[in-house]
Write a protein that binds this ligand. Structure first.
Ligand SMILES: C[S@@+](CC[C@H](N)C(=O)[O-])C[C@H]1O[C@@H](n2cnc3c(N)ncnc32)[C@H](O)[C@@H]1O
Length: 203
Protein backbone atom coordinates (compact mmCIF):
# COMPACT_ATOMS: atom_id res chain seq x y z
CA UNK A 1 0.00 0.00 0.00
CA UNK A 2 1.35 3.42 -0.99
CA UNK A 3 0.64 5.38 2.23
CA UNK A 4 1.64 8.76 0.80
CA UNK A 5 -0.86 8.33 -2.03
CA UNK A 6 -3.54 7.05 0.35
CA UNK A 7 -3.03 10.12 2.57
CA UNK A 8 -3.31 12.41 -0.44
CA UNK A 9 -6.61 10.81 -1.49
CA UNK A 10 -7.82 11.09 2.13
CA UNK A 11 -7.49 14.87 1.72
CA UNK A 12 -9.65 14.67 -1.42
CA UNK A 13 -12.57 12.68 -0.02
CA UNK A 14 -14.66 15.79 0.78
CA UNK A 15 -13.82 17.57 -2.48
CA UNK A 16 -16.61 18.06 -5.01
CA UNK A 17 -14.81 16.05 -7.72
CA UNK A 18 -14.84 13.01 -5.42
CA UNK A 19 -18.09 13.34 -3.51
CA UNK A 20 -20.62 15.44 -5.45
CA UNK A 21 -23.29 13.73 -7.52
CA UNK A 22 -22.28 13.28 -11.16
CA UNK A 23 -23.06 16.14 -13.53
CA UNK A 24 -25.61 15.49 -16.31
CA UNK A 25 -22.71 15.14 -18.78
CA UNK A 26 -20.94 12.59 -16.55
CA UNK A 27 -24.19 10.73 -15.93
CA UNK A 28 -24.70 10.43 -19.69
CA UNK A 29 -21.19 8.97 -20.03
CA UNK A 30 -21.89 6.44 -17.27
CA UNK A 31 -25.17 5.43 -18.94
CA UNK A 32 -23.30 4.90 -22.22
CA UNK A 33 -20.62 2.89 -20.39
CA UNK A 34 -23.24 0.62 -18.81
CA UNK A 35 -24.98 0.08 -22.12
CA UNK A 36 -21.81 -0.50 -24.15
CA UNK A 37 -20.23 -2.91 -21.67
CA UNK A 38 -23.46 -4.85 -21.14
CA UNK A 39 -23.70 -4.37 -17.38
CA UNK A 40 -27.10 -5.70 -16.44
CA UNK A 41 -29.04 -7.48 -13.68
CA UNK A 42 -26.85 -10.30 -12.38
CA UNK A 43 -23.44 -8.97 -13.53
CA UNK A 44 -20.58 -9.58 -11.09
CA UNK A 45 -18.04 -6.73 -11.03
CA UNK A 46 -14.77 -5.78 -9.34
CA UNK A 47 -14.36 -2.00 -9.01
CA UNK A 48 -10.83 -1.02 -7.88
CA UNK A 49 -10.37 2.54 -6.58
CA UNK A 50 -14.06 2.99 -5.83
CA UNK A 51 -13.51 6.35 -4.11
CA UNK A 52 -16.60 7.61 -2.29
CA UNK A 53 -18.79 5.10 -4.14
CA UNK A 54 -20.64 7.28 -6.63
CA UNK A 55 -20.25 4.77 -9.44
CA UNK A 56 -20.54 1.86 -6.99
CA UNK A 57 -24.07 2.99 -6.11
CA UNK A 58 -25.16 3.15 -9.75
CA UNK A 59 -23.60 -0.26 -10.42
CA UNK A 60 -25.30 -1.73 -7.35
CA UNK A 61 -28.68 -0.48 -8.64
CA UNK A 62 -27.94 -1.88 -12.10
CA UNK A 63 -26.72 -5.38 -11.17
CA UNK A 64 -29.46 -5.85 -8.55
CA UNK A 65 -29.88 -8.69 -6.05
CA UNK A 66 -28.52 -11.34 -8.41
CA UNK A 67 -25.38 -9.35 -9.20
CA UNK A 68 -22.42 -8.60 -6.99
CA UNK A 69 -19.82 -5.87 -6.54
CA UNK A 70 -16.40 -6.01 -4.91
CA UNK A 71 -15.21 -2.42 -4.40
CA UNK A 72 -12.00 -1.32 -2.71
CA UNK A 73 -9.76 1.68 -2.29
CA UNK A 74 -6.45 2.61 -0.64
CA UNK A 75 -7.85 5.71 1.10
CA UNK A 76 -9.49 5.11 4.50
CA UNK A 77 -11.63 8.25 4.11
CA UNK A 78 -12.80 7.37 0.60
CA UNK A 79 -13.58 3.84 1.78
CA UNK A 80 -15.51 5.13 4.81
CA UNK A 81 -17.61 7.39 2.58
CA UNK A 82 -18.25 4.53 0.18
CA UNK A 83 -19.37 2.35 3.09
CA UNK A 84 -21.75 4.98 4.46
CA UNK A 85 -23.23 5.52 0.99
CA UNK A 86 -23.83 1.81 0.45
CA UNK A 87 -23.91 0.20 3.89
CA UNK A 88 -27.36 -1.38 3.64
CA UNK A 89 -26.79 -3.01 0.27
CA UNK A 90 -26.36 -6.76 0.25
CA UNK A 91 -24.87 -6.91 -3.24
CA UNK A 92 -21.77 -4.81 -2.40
CA UNK A 93 -18.60 -5.68 -0.48
CA UNK A 94 -16.24 -2.78 0.32
CA UNK A 95 -12.61 -3.17 1.40
CA UNK A 96 -9.69 -0.96 2.35
CA UNK A 97 -6.90 -2.29 0.11
CA UNK A 98 -4.70 -1.53 -2.82
CA UNK A 99 -5.29 -3.48 -6.01
CA UNK A 100 -1.76 -4.82 -5.81
CA UNK A 101 -2.36 -6.25 -2.27
CA UNK A 102 -5.90 -7.56 -2.77
CA UNK A 103 -6.45 -11.34 -2.64
CA UNK A 104 -8.72 -12.11 -5.59
CA UNK A 105 -10.64 -15.33 -6.11
CA UNK A 106 -9.85 -16.81 -9.53
CA UNK A 107 -12.35 -16.58 -12.41
CA UNK A 108 -15.31 -15.34 -10.37
CA UNK A 109 -16.40 -12.06 -11.96
CA UNK A 110 -17.79 -10.93 -15.31
CA UNK A 111 -16.07 -7.58 -15.35
CA UNK A 112 -13.21 -5.49 -14.01
CA UNK A 113 -14.20 -1.83 -14.08
CA UNK A 114 -11.34 0.60 -13.49
CA UNK A 115 -12.98 4.01 -13.34
CA UNK A 116 -10.46 6.85 -13.07
CA UNK A 117 -7.96 4.69 -11.18
CA UNK A 118 -5.72 2.90 -13.70
CA UNK A 119 -2.96 5.58 -13.80
CA UNK A 120 -2.72 5.41 -10.00
CA UNK A 121 -1.67 1.75 -9.89
CA UNK A 122 1.98 1.76 -8.79
CA UNK A 123 2.65 -1.58 -10.46
CA UNK A 124 0.39 -1.63 -13.51
CA UNK A 125 1.51 -4.98 -15.00
CA UNK A 126 0.95 -6.63 -11.59
CA UNK A 127 -2.45 -4.97 -11.16
CA UNK A 128 -3.54 -6.07 -14.65
CA UNK A 129 -2.37 -9.64 -14.00
CA UNK A 130 -4.12 -9.90 -10.61
CA UNK A 131 -7.36 -8.38 -11.89
CA UNK A 132 -7.36 -10.44 -15.11
CA UNK A 133 -7.03 -13.63 -13.04
CA UNK A 134 -10.28 -12.78 -11.27
CA UNK A 135 -12.20 -12.64 -14.57
CA UNK A 136 -14.26 -15.53 -15.87
CA UNK A 137 -12.96 -16.73 -19.29
CA UNK A 138 -15.47 -14.60 -21.22
CA UNK A 139 -15.08 -11.60 -18.88
CA UNK A 140 -14.33 -7.98 -19.81
CA UNK A 141 -11.62 -5.69 -18.48
CA UNK A 142 -12.66 -2.04 -18.76
CA UNK A 143 -10.55 1.09 -18.22
CA UNK A 144 -12.68 4.22 -18.24
CA UNK A 145 -12.14 7.97 -17.72
CA UNK A 146 -14.45 10.91 -18.27
CA UNK A 147 -11.54 12.74 -19.95
CA UNK A 148 -8.94 11.58 -22.46
CA UNK A 149 -5.39 10.49 -21.60
CA UNK A 150 -3.78 13.83 -22.57
CA UNK A 151 -6.11 15.69 -20.19
CA UNK A 152 -5.67 13.19 -17.34
CA UNK A 153 -1.89 12.98 -17.67
CA UNK A 154 -1.62 16.77 -17.76
CA UNK A 155 -3.78 17.04 -14.62
CA UNK A 156 -1.55 14.59 -12.76
CA UNK A 157 1.66 16.30 -13.88
CA UNK A 158 0.43 19.46 -12.12
CA UNK A 159 -0.96 17.68 -9.08
CA UNK A 160 0.34 16.49 -5.70
CA UNK A 161 3.82 14.83 -5.73
CA UNK A 162 2.27 11.46 -4.78
CA UNK A 163 0.37 11.29 -8.11
CA UNK A 164 2.66 13.33 -10.35
CA UNK A 165 4.00 10.25 -12.15
CA UNK A 166 0.58 8.55 -12.48
CA UNK A 167 0.10 8.44 -16.23
CA UNK A 168 -2.25 6.55 -18.51
CA UNK A 169 0.22 4.43 -20.52
CA UNK A 170 0.50 4.73 -24.30
CA UNK A 171 -1.72 2.55 -26.49
CA UNK A 172 1.24 0.29 -27.29
CA UNK A 173 2.09 -0.12 -23.59
CA UNK A 174 -1.53 -0.98 -22.84
CA UNK A 175 -1.58 -3.51 -25.70
CA UNK A 176 1.61 -5.15 -24.43
CA UNK A 177 0.36 -5.26 -20.83
CA UNK A 178 -2.91 -6.95 -21.79
CA UNK A 179 -1.27 -9.35 -24.23
CA UNK A 180 1.14 -10.40 -21.49
CA UNK A 181 -1.84 -11.78 -19.54
CA UNK A 182 -3.51 -13.43 -22.53
CA UNK A 183 -6.00 -10.65 -23.24
CA UNK A 184 -6.59 -8.54 -26.32
CA UNK A 185 -7.89 -5.00 -26.51
CA UNK A 186 -11.16 -5.00 -28.49
CA UNK A 187 -11.84 -1.26 -28.24
CA UNK A 188 -9.67 1.69 -27.30
CA UNK A 189 -11.09 5.18 -27.71
CA UNK A 190 -9.10 8.15 -26.47
CA UNK A 191 -10.81 11.30 -27.72
CA UNK A 192 -12.93 14.31 -26.78
CA UNK A 193 -15.49 11.99 -25.15
CA UNK A 194 -12.93 10.51 -22.75
CA UNK A 195 -10.98 7.27 -22.48
CA UNK A 196 -12.50 3.82 -22.97
CA UNK A 197 -10.61 0.53 -23.20
CA UNK A 198 -12.28 -2.87 -23.33
CA UNK A 199 -10.22 -6.06 -23.32
CA UNK A 200 -11.26 -9.71 -23.36
CA UNK A 201 -9.50 -13.04 -23.24
CA UNK A 202 -7.45 -13.62 -26.41
CA UNK A 203 -8.68 -17.27 -26.78
C1 LIG B 1 -9.37 9.73 -9.11
S1 LIG B 1 -9.99 8.79 -7.80
C2 LIG B 1 -11.40 8.00 -8.54
C3 LIG B 1 -12.41 7.48 -7.54
C4 LIG B 1 -13.65 6.89 -8.17
N1 LIG B 1 -13.34 5.74 -9.01
C5 LIG B 1 -14.38 7.96 -8.94
O1 LIG B 1 -14.30 7.97 -10.17
O2 LIG B 1 -15.02 8.83 -8.31
C6 LIG B 1 -8.82 7.47 -7.67
C7 LIG B 1 -9.11 6.55 -6.50
O3 LIG B 1 -8.25 5.42 -6.60
C8 LIG B 1 -7.73 5.12 -5.31
N2 LIG B 1 -6.47 4.39 -5.55
C9 LIG B 1 -5.25 4.90 -5.89
N3 LIG B 1 -4.36 3.93 -6.07
C10 LIG B 1 -5.02 2.77 -5.86
C11 LIG B 1 -4.64 1.40 -5.92
N4 LIG B 1 -3.38 1.02 -6.21
N5 LIG B 1 -5.57 0.46 -5.66
C12 LIG B 1 -6.86 0.81 -5.34
N6 LIG B 1 -7.26 2.09 -5.26
C13 LIG B 1 -6.37 3.06 -5.52
C14 LIG B 1 -7.61 6.47 -4.63
O4 LIG B 1 -7.57 6.39 -3.24
C15 LIG B 1 -8.83 7.21 -5.15
O5 LIG B 1 -9.95 7.06 -4.31
Amino acid sequence: MNREKASFFDTQADQDWADEEYTPEETAKIRRLIQETGITAGTRIIEPGCGTGRLTKILSDTVGDKGHLIAFDISPKMTAKCRSRLEHRRNVEIFLSSTEDFIFEKQTVDMILCHQVFPHFDDKPLAVRLLANALKPEGKFIVFHFKNSAWINDLHRKAHPSVIADMIPSQQEMKDMFEAVGMKIDTLRDDEDGYFLSATSAV
